[in-house]
Design a protein around this ligand. Structure first.
Ligand SMILES: C[S@@+](CC[C@H](N)C(=O)[O-])C[C@H]1O[C@@H](n2cnc3c(N)ncnc32)[C@H](O)[C@@H]1O
Length: 255
């Protein structure tokens, strides 16, 4: 079994356990397919107060994570695991490249990474320039720390591991896996108890005709994607992933 190993540098290691021990993704962590080792940055402080931050040069609000404790933490990780020498150091920051499914797939198929969770105003730029291989953002908003972005990456990587999802095809039909957004899902009952037939489950889904169901789902994926994320349609077209049928359907929408 290929193991994906993540070392996480954080000021809040206790935030991780609840997320790694619940839901389907816990299977990846319990089986060891995805290993997570947490490193408390304060253990690498050089003062009795275990302080790892200081005021920014140039003034202004907030504190900055010091380069020195970060360097000691990184050296300890590299020394503890020979395999960590070649893996990338990933720094979570709103200024980074947006996390997407293609990036998640690369991590899921790789050896792992060292994940650096920022806090305060961020970390001393000299550490970034010297050691960081990749800066990753969760989106265009500001969180108070890099722990949630790290957990988002760990969760997304875990669910791609073989045997984690009950049905192996489950993630293949997820949004972004085939370049499009997911189609809508329905379950029982066919009509909700208030009798609203306008919201009844589409007949095709209860028809038992698998070819028609596949076609309906593909068309719903195309429709929702072209309306909400036309950039993904352009990318799928450029990658040659749209069939003549798909193109005819898109034209028929007359957008
Ligand atoms: C309060 S934020 C610092 C924000 C930073 N001063 C800025 O404006 O870009 C503290 C830490 O949270 C993490 N963080 C916040 N928002 C994030 C996002 N959208 N993606 C990834 N990490 C984020 C980063 O590690 C960051 O160092």
């Amino acid at each position: 079994m290929a193991i994906v190993h993540f070392d996480v540098i954080t000021l809040f290691p206790e935030l991780f356990a609840p997320h790694l021990t619940q839901g389907v993704t816990r299977r990846a962590f319990e089986s060891g397919a995805v290993e997570v080792e947490l490193w408390q940055l304060r253990d690498f402080a050089d003062n009795n107060y275990r302080r790892v931050d200081d005021r920014p040069y140039g003034g202004g609000p907030g504190m900055v994570m010091l380069a020195d404790p970060l360097q000691r933490a990184l050296a300890a990780i590299r020394a503890a695991r020979a395999e960590s020498i070649g893996v990338p150091l990933v720094h979570f920051t709103p200024t980074g490249r947006r996390l997407d499914q293609a990036m998640v797939r690369q991590f899921a198929q790789g050896q792992g990474a060292i994940l650096l969770c920022g806090r305060y105003e961020g970390i001393d730029q000299r550490f970034v320039d010297r050691h960081v291989d990749l800066e990753v953002s969760l989106g265009d908003f500001v969180l108070s720390g890099g722990e949630l972005p790290a957990l988002a990456l760990l969760d997304a990587v875990a669910r791609l591991q073989p045997g984690v999802l009950g049905d192996a095809q489950s993630h293949e039909q997820d949004s972004f896996s085939a370049g499009l957004l997911d189609f809508p899902h329905f379950s029982r009952p066919p009509v909700l108890p208030d009798g609203d037939v306008a919201q009844a489950v589409p007949d095709v889904l209860t028809s038992g005709n698998h070819a028609e169901i596949t076609r309906w789902r593909r068309q719903r994926s195309l429709e929702i994607t072209v309306r909400r994320r036309p950039d993904l349609i352009d990318a799928a077209r450029a990658a040659g992933e749209l069939s003549a049928d798909d193109e005819r359907f898109l034209v028929s929408l007359r957008l």
